[in-house]
Write a protein that binds this ligand. Structure first.
Ligand SMILES: [Fe+2]
Ligand SMILES: [Fe+2]
Length: 408
């Protein structure tokens, strides 16, 4: 179904001749798939890019005259379709956070060729999926998408500053009363598993950490831009609960599988995984309502019906919207593939794995074994990762939460 692979055009930038020749040597085996150019400065890179349109630029971060951040800033303006991958040594925190915004992916030096190859391929697959002309046409028919919530942009700026402080973060959130109320409501929901009732934002931030609060703020803002009044068979509140529960399970699954480093991202992606549905309720309320009804009536997955009626699914549309908002690639990947993880080129445990499993746990009716919820595709994906024996342990998560909710 995928169109045949054309040779990808990739530009490598590094001011150190040794690194550049090392890359050239190391990447020789990939020359059938990639057409590669190598240049030694940001300026040269921009000159080349003015002549050819590159699919990917892989650049060193620390370079004299024009550094990687500056180069990527210009590339993002002049060639927004080119995927930006940063190759960094140890950089200061500042550059780290700035890069997070400017680069689609980050790799650290020295970089193993296979890792570089999969990173580039994954990025190309994701961006290919999201810039598919058919998807773009469908989305443009839906009208202008909501822009990045300003409060989130403000929060990001604060979190990016070298001396982020809790108080300022609290002030930013507190400006929006509805948002603060919603955050407190979520913090106190049984899924968060906090023992006592939390009554202030400061306390929430201390207990949950800045990253969790940032994720909650983004999802609350995302949700507040849409409205479900035109929908008969859809409730925003129910979806918010589903998202928080999925996020919480996703975090737990990541922790249980010894991927604590992915826990925060799994939580964030869990909160946002169904964002595409919000776009549908706003732009295509009647069709989407019909899709929900049909999916129940026919006992078919919602994504299948969405595909039939709309031509795309909430998974791709959600990833597309958050891509416009500058959300990081791995989160977009999770959104785009959350119903068909086996199609993602990343075959190792990732936030996608955690969210996919969490979504299943959350949607599983009480009393039904989790294994029965899994489609052939998702079972294959879990088996390929060697994790099939973990299914009962994940199942126990759902039971734990249900009994806690009942007790509390
Ligand atoms: Fe979904
Ligand atoms: Fe879901």
């Amino acid at each position: 179904m995928e169109t045949q692979q054309e040779k990808k055009l990739i530009l490598f930038v590094d001011d150190e001749p040794n690194v550049l020749s090392g890359l050239r040597r190391m990447l020789r085996p990939f020359r059938n798939d990639w057409e590669m150019d190598f240049v030694a400065s940001g300026q040269e890179a921009l000159d080349r890019m003015a002549q050819k349109s590159y699919d990917v630029i892989v650049s060193d971060v620390r370079m004299p005259k024009m550094d990687g951040c500056e180069l990527f800033t210009q590339v993002s303006e002049k060639h927004p379709k080119t995927i930006r991958i940063a190759l960094s040594g140890e950089t200061g925190e500042d550059a780290g956070l700035r890069l997070l915004e400017l680069a689609h992916q980050r790799l650290s030096k020295p970089c193993d060729p296979e890792h570089l190859r999969t990173t580039v391929s994954r990025a190309c697959a994701l961006h290919g999926l999201l810039s598919d002309p058919q998807l773009e046409a469908l989305i443009s028919q839906m009208g202008r998408l909501p822009s990045l919530p300003t409060l989130y942009a403000e929060l990001m700026a604060e979190l990016r500053s070298p001396n982020t402080n809790f108080e300022r973060v609290t002030q930013i959130i507190a400006k929006d009363v509805a948002m603060s109320a919603k955050i407190l409501q979520l913090v106190n929901s049984s899924f968060m598993g906090l023992r006592s009732k939390v009554t202030s934002l400061t306390q929430s931030i201390t207990l949950l950490g800045l990253k969790t609060i940032r994720s909650l703020a983004l999802s609350v803002q995302a949700f507040s831009q849409f409205d479900d009044r035109k929908m008969k068979h859809f409730s925003l509140d129910a979806m918010m609960n589903h998202s928080v529960a999925t996020a919480t399970y996703a975090r737990k699954v990541a922790e249980m599988e010894n991927h604590r480093d992915m826990a925060d991202e799994a939580f964030m992606a869990g909160l946002l995984h169904d964002t595409g549905k919000l776009v549908f309720i706003e732009r295509l309320p009647e069709v989407f309502d019909k899709a929900i009804v049909l999916s129940h009536a026919k006992g078919k997955p919602l994504t299948e019906i969405e595909h039939e009626l709309i031509g795309t699914t909430h998974a791709e549309v959600g990833a597309y919207l958050l891509g416009l908002w500058g959300v990081q690639d791995t989160t977009l990947e999770t959104l785009a593939y959350h119903h068909r993880p086996g199609d993602c080129l990343n075959t190792s445990f990732s936030p996608l794995t955690a969210v996919h499993i969490a979504d299943m746990i959350e949607s599983c009716p009480p009393g039904m074994p989790l294994s029965e919820m899994l489609t052939e595709g998702s079972l294959g994906y879990i088996e390929a990762m060697g994790l099939a024996h973990r299914i009962p342990a994940w199942e126990a998560l759902a039971e734990e939460t249900t009994s806690r909710a009942k007790a509390g």
